[in-house]
Design a protein around this ligand. Sequence first.
Ligand code: UPG
Ligand code: MN
Length: 732
Amino acid sequence: MKTTAPPPTAPLHSVIPSQRRHFNRLFAAVYAAALLFLFHHHILSLLHSATITSILLFISDIILAYMWSTCQAFRMNPVYRQSFPENLEKILDRRDFPAMDIFICTADPYKEPPIDVVNTALSVMAYDYPAEKLSVYVSDDGGSELTMFAFMEAAKFGKLWLPFCRENNIADRCPDAYFSTNYALSAKTLEIKMMYESMKIKIENAVERGKISDEYISSDEERKVLNQYWSKNFSRQNHPTVIQVLLNTNKDVDSTGGPMPDLIYVSREKRKAAPHHFKAGALNALLRVSATMTNSPIVLTLDCDMYSNDPLTAQRLLCYLPNRSNRPNCGYVQFPQRYHGLNEADIYASEHKRLFRVNPFGMDGLNGPNYVGTGCFFLRRVFFGGPSKYVRPEIPELGLDHVVDKPIDSPEVLGLAHRVAGCNCEDQTDWGSKMGFRYGSLVEDYYTGYRLKCEGWQSIFCDPIRPAFLGDVPFSLNDALGQVKRWSVGLLEVGFSKYSPITLGMRSMGLLMGLGYAHYAFWPIWSIPVTIYAFLPSLALLQGIPIFPKVYDPLFFVYTFLFLGAYGEDCLDFISTQGTFQRWWSDQRMWLMRSLSAFLFGSIEYTMKRLGMATHGFNITSKVVDDEQGKRYAQGVFEFGIPSPMFVPLAMAAILNLIAFFSGFVYIMKERSIDSLVMQMFIAGFGVMNGLPFYEAMVLRRDKGRMPTKTTITSILLLGLIYGLSYFVLRN
Ligand SMILES: O=c1ccn([C@@H]2O[C@H](COP(=O)(O)OP(=O)(O)O[C@H]3O[C@H](CO)[C@@H](O)[C@H](O)[C@H]3O)[C@@H](O)[C@H]2O)c(=O)[nH]1
Ligand SMILES: [Mn+2]
């Protein structure tokens, strides 16, 4: 085989445009023509006679067309990147690697087990990177001594874990992940495993009992730290700032005498009267606290449930620093959210493949991907105004040029750190509006990334073959829908704000990027067409009323093409991004379910919030699962169990389509003609295929995760009501 000479300097990264772009562009043109044909028909028939049915179908198709067209932004120019961290040290001395501040957020020890948070922290502390350049900050919005205790233990265990990983060149640096692989059974490994298990037992035991046993507290120093939580007025929503330097790189060494990274616990001040802005507020507090202590030029944000799966990740980031990439204004590098522990079919489609893996390639070919809340390396500079406009923070020590020249545990530094983590610190300042992570949306990630893009920052998407980060997925349907419901509220908050992507976005970052952001800002409006298509055709079918063109009508072919084209393209995108057909099927089913439920409830919640009728906060997704539930999840069985209102529209649609399909069948047999009802039969049949897990959960299952009878009955009653109404409406 002929070998080519190596390039003069070893490359750090490469970028290849996708071959599919040509096909995508052509297909978009054809599809757009078919859409025009469809709307031509819609308008003619509306002019001819506007019935409720024709108006509803028109509205549905307008929204579907909106979603389709905005989605084209992701298809015009996808690019794939590769990075070569192995070449890094040929160009950059290890001693010149920049310092990094790593932020890990946690907010509730009962929904986010502290042992998992500890695992996440250890996975990044053990990066293949100079330890003295890493500072890990843990934000505890739960204000819990359980989390503090877990980290006191983690600091001790870390001193063994880090050298162990380094010496044995271990790839899985998250202890829990490592010990669930086929690890080498050496004496050293078993010793470390024992240490890990003993730490885990202590932490889990403390969480279970809700307090820390006396025998677990090993020094007066520890007792003093924990004492802060035991004062009378200390509660989750009301407490002073707690900051604890658990490891200090200038003092602490590992078991072999090597340096340890900094490890700092921060629980910002909380007062009931002061808004705390959920995760965005927590991250801004960390931005300020870290500025007073280390002020590293690079910041990594991580959710507590997302551990690092590749020790080279930090070095990979260096391959893309702005002076080395062709994106001069690159302000952040986003790694995708990828997950561990998914069941084979990924029944809740919580991989969110289109959101986290498919579309970001498309945005990367334009101005760069969205920020998705975790697994993202930022230049600290981006939090202080656009590339050419530096916004100076009110407190000079928080600025980029501030050099920390005192030890991080000195009274001066700690004093200032406490002050900037306080509730009043943001009063009358630019934090949350022009500086830091942005407030005003429950999806602070989407919103912050969007505003940065509007300011002129660009970004890069980095999806290495070995996932850089792995996270947890929701284990029950209610959690999976609840998460998307929260996102829906947050997205609409941006969509209908004065910074809407439709206006500001398109103006400041160009048409295609603007469309991409506009696609997500109005994501929840999927609920409108999906709800209409789930109910209307089947309600009409039940009464033998045709609402779509007959088989030999040219319009029938247009509909067929539009449906197969959209589904086919979606399937192709999914499967070509390391997907299986089975998972794609779950993904499309879950899309229908989200639309019928999460998006719908999210839109209602958003409306109520706007009208001042309710205030919904950030409902944290639970990361715990009981054994039985875990078993069902592993087998790919849907988890209903609780009588959640979110299941009602889903059960209604499933039941209706089943009845409609059979009654349509009988009708066709009787009339001996199927021409005019083919499309409705298809839609009902499709609904039935998607509804299979529901029939099972309503009728056949006896386990705890079955559909509660109450929900089934409610759904049937409501369905009866809707059918009654439709009887009058559809016949007129
Ligand atoms: O008041 C709060 C609420 C949440 N969090 C943290 O925010 C993170 C995300 O919360 P989670 O319940 O896991 O929400 P998800 O829906 O799974 O998260 C997705 O959506 C969020 C926005 O809604 C983004 O922040 C996340 O990065 C993104 O993964 C977790 O680490 C929480 O500890 C806080 O720090 N403070
Ligand atoms: Mn999460």
